[in-house]
Ligand binder design. Structure first.
Ligand code: 6GU
Length: 241
């Protein structure tokens, strides 16, 4: 999968070179390219922002650098546009976007090429997204109902959630179907897990887990998962029996 991240803080994406995503980059499963938006400015100060029309606090990201950046990363569709591959999908990070969740992560993990646009300040000039929609598939994404200073932290979150779903990135693919929010687990929260010792500071591992009775263990885990989900995230239960 190719990932192009566009930001005015390229160093913010450095942690992606670590750990599991870093390994996926090293092995060639992921081709990560981080771009400085200021490379598409032409003035001496490499200006990317300006004051908002209509007044108000803060600054707005100028449309021109974004337009030139997208034109570079996404060349015009050629003659064989009808038969060609679908082309990249653009993710624009904004607190007013569609809420990012595991279902969207699953969907994005099937893409060949994502472009991740990280806005700063009060946001990107509102003409950039409609322009981009004439060239490619565009998703405006929020990672939750709170405000960040920019899209970079959101891009880190989305990349980690998506890359770990690409076949070959996680050693044992069974761990993908067992975990919280995964489709293989009806998107329930995860049941509690334990390891040795059986007794620790007066707290015991539940007896059923020593039984070796796989059906009973599976039933117990399912009950715990449903119970925990009902307690903490009842809205996740509403769409199942
Ligand atoms: Cl994607 N961007 C910003 N600036 N704030 C956010 C967000 C994104 N998601 C939640 N809050």
């Amino acid at each position: 999968m190719r990932l192009d991240v566009v930001t005015i803080f390229p160093d913010y994406l450095a942690p992606l070179r670590l750990s599991l995503v870093g390994k996926a980059i090293e092995t060639g499963i992921v081709d990560l390219r981080v771009h400085d938006l200021r490379d598409w400015t032409h003035d001496r100060h490499r200006t990317v922002d300006n004051t908002p029309y209509g007044g108000g606090a803060g600054m707005v990201m100028k449309p021109e650098p974004w337009g030139e950046c997208l034109d570079t990363l996404v060349p015009e569709p050629g003659e064989d546009a009808e038969t060609a591959a679908p082309g990249p999908r653009l993710l624009v990070f904004t607190p007013s976007g569609r809420r990012f969740d595991q279902a969207l992560a699953d969907e994005l993990a099937g893409e060949q090429h994502l472009i991740l646009a990280c806005g700063r300040y009060e946001g990107i000039d509102a003409r950039v997204v409609p322009y981009a929609r004439t060239r490619m598939r565009v998703e405006e994404i929020s990672i939750g109902d709170y405000v960040l200073n920019g899209g970079e932290a959101a891009a880190l979150v989305v990349i980690e959630a998506v890359v770990r779903l690409i076949p070959g990135v996680i050693g044992n693919p069974d761990s993908l179907t067992e975990e919280s929010h995964s489709a293989g687990h009806d998107r329930l929260l995860e049941y509690p897990i334990y390891t040795k010792p059986p007794s620790w500071r007066g707290l015991e591992v539940p007896e059923v887990l020593f039984s070796g009775h796989h059906a009973q263990i599976a039933a117990w885990r399912r009950e715990r998962a449903v119970e925990l989900t009902r307690e903490r995230r009842p809205e996740l239960l509403s769409d199942q029996g």
